[in-house]
Design a protein around this ligand. Structure first.
Ligand code: ZN
Length: 152
């Protein structure tokens, strides 16, 4: 499993078959809807914030495989982190997906999320991968909805 393309395929398939943190979250205190009109992805995030900590997060909605896998992995990565740490991941993921961050050459906190580094070479998929992160940012900012067509 050293081939990044094979790993990417496996991760996407796995998270589509068994999305993590999928569904409604009891006691969530932040909600945001995200829409990517280019592909038709439409997701809703439910987030529970306790003080500075993201203590719970779930997602639901209709989206393509890349968006769903990105949302599934995102929820696993940000749960238990502080809002500030999650915002750092949002920024780094966005820079990786748009090709501004070289995950092999520059420092980052993305961990397993680097399987998505390849989307920077697939312009039509970049927004699919970024949508969940864009939506998480909106939830933190207490915006009810966002779109990949809006500025970050
Ligand atoms: Zn999509």
């Amino acid at each position: 499993m050293s081939d990044p393309r094979a790993l990417y395929q496996e991760v996407i398939l796995d998270h589509n078959k068994k999305p993590r943190n999928f569904g409604v979250l009891e006691n969530a205190n932040r909600h945001a809807e995200g829409h990517n009109p280019v592909c038709g992805d439409h997701i809703t995030l439910h987030v529970k914030i306790d003080g500075e900590e993201v203590s719970g997060i779930s997602f639901e909605g209709q989206s393509c495989a890349i968006c769903k896998a990105s949302a599934s992995m995102m929820t696993g990565q940000v749960k238990g982190k502080t809002v500030a740490e999650a915002e750092t991941l949002i920024q780094e993921f966005r820079e990786m997906a748009t090709g501004k961050l070289d995950v092999h050459a520059q420092p980052h906190h993305l961990g397993r999320l680097t399987v998505f580094a390849g989307v920077s070479e697939l312009p039509s998929r970049v927004k699919c991968a970024i949508l969940p992160w864009h939506t998480l940012h909106a939830a933190f900012k207490e915006l009810d909805n966002t779109s990949t067509e809006k500025d970050f």
